[in-house]
Design a protein around this ligand. Structure first.
Ligand code: ADP
Ligand code: MG
Length: 315
């Protein structure tokens, strides 16, 4: 780790965090969080390894700080949860500059403040040569109201927030070092600067008829299979209804790419996908697009396409 030393770094982090009055965050052996009657706690953790999830020479530390929090906040959003706080554990190589760490923390704190998701603790160690970042998030929902993958019902509509495939196209811009005009900048920003759909998730969880929900991290071609397996249902997707941004459409036309392929298999969108009864769907105020229906059986069908969209697999 840096010259700054672990102690000073933790002090700096501590002084930049805004913590609700009833919570004790950084500074003791544990954080102390009051339990709230009638609520359940949601916990999720994610690890980011240099060389596996990002390349130090490519990534801007501010964006990495933002994104490592964003992907975790998105898991709380996926359950319909409200934020409690996050924990940040990192191993930092000795040759990493103080400036790098400061920029990383700026990105992490920017998103934490935007979504009122206070940093409540963590751990800081040095590593031999690679950066490793592990974020744990805590959220809450009213008892029994978290939205799981196992609750889809036959006859439900399948809906998504936002547009799909932008992040994958942004990655394509980066990897192929394409010239960046307005569209390319917008797509790259969607890749590095995802917006966790926390407000949308909380709002959706208030509607009784919203059954299964999850966030889209590997692309719907892969993620929908979790709902299929956990809920023991099938899903039909009407391919032409998948929401695509104009930026993505133009980019794919120019570069001879299949926009549907990116939208279904690209991953890292961090939008929400949920199933909802047709009656309840009419009451939803959160912006969303209907892309399919839940059916009996156990298959994922792509209506209007003869392709099979599989989504991203980690191993
Ligand atoms: P301990 O010896 O109990 O592990 P540390 O010296 O590691 O204590 O941490 C002291 C305090 O600083 C704890 O409250 C811990 O949660 C917090 N902390 C350590 N590293 C980080 C970090 N990277 N981000 C936020 N809080 C941290
Ligand atoms: Mg420690």
């Amino acid at each position: 780790m840096s010259k700054l030393g672990e102690f000073e770094l933790i002090q700096q982090i501590r002084s930049s965090v805004i913590v609700p009055e009833n919570i004790q965050g950084i500074g003791d052996d544990c954080a102390v969080i009051p339990q709230q009657e009638g609520y359940e706690t949601l916990v999720s953790t994610d690890m980011l390894m240099e060389g596996v999830h990002f390349l130090r020479e490519d990534v801007n530390p501010y964006q990495l700080g933002w994104k490592s929090a964003a992907v975790n906040f998105s898991d709380i959003a996926a359950m319909g949860g409200e934020p409690i706080g996050s924990f940040l554990a990192f191993s930092l190589p000795k040759n990493l500059s103080d400036e790098w760490i400061a920029r990383f923390m700026e990105g992490y704190q920017a998103i934490s403040q935007q979504f009122s998701f206070p940093l409540l603790g963590g751990d800081t160690t040095s590593s031999l040569d690679r950066i490793c970042i592990c974020v744990t998030v805590l959220g809450k929902t009213k008892k029994g109201l978290s939205r799981k993958r196992n609750s889809a019902q036959v006859g439900d509509l399948v809906c998504v927030t936002g547009t799909l495939g932008d992040s994958a196209a942004g990655l394509d811009v980066i990897l192929n070092k394409r010239e960046r005009k307005e569209d390319e900048h917008w797509l790259v920003n969607r890749h590095y600067h995802p917006t966790p759909r926390l407000f949308e998730g909380i709002e959706l969880a208030k509607t009784e008829g919203v059954h299964a929900m999850m966030d889209i991290s590997d692309g719907i071609g892969s993620d929908l299979r979790h709902i299929i397996e956990e809920s023991q249902v099938g899903i039909n997707i009407q391919v032409e209804t998948i929401p695509l941004s104009p930026q993505l459409r133009r980019y794919c036309t120019t570069n001879h790419l299949d926009a549907i392929q990116l939208a279904t298999c690209g991953g890292e969108d961090y939008e929400l996908v949920f199933t909802v009864s047709p009656e309840a769907e009419k009451q939803i105020t959160v912006a969303h697009t209907i892309i399919g229906t839940v059916t009996a059986g156990n298959e994922l069908n792509w209506e209007g396409s003869n392709k099979e969209y599989l989504g991203f697999r980690h191993f």
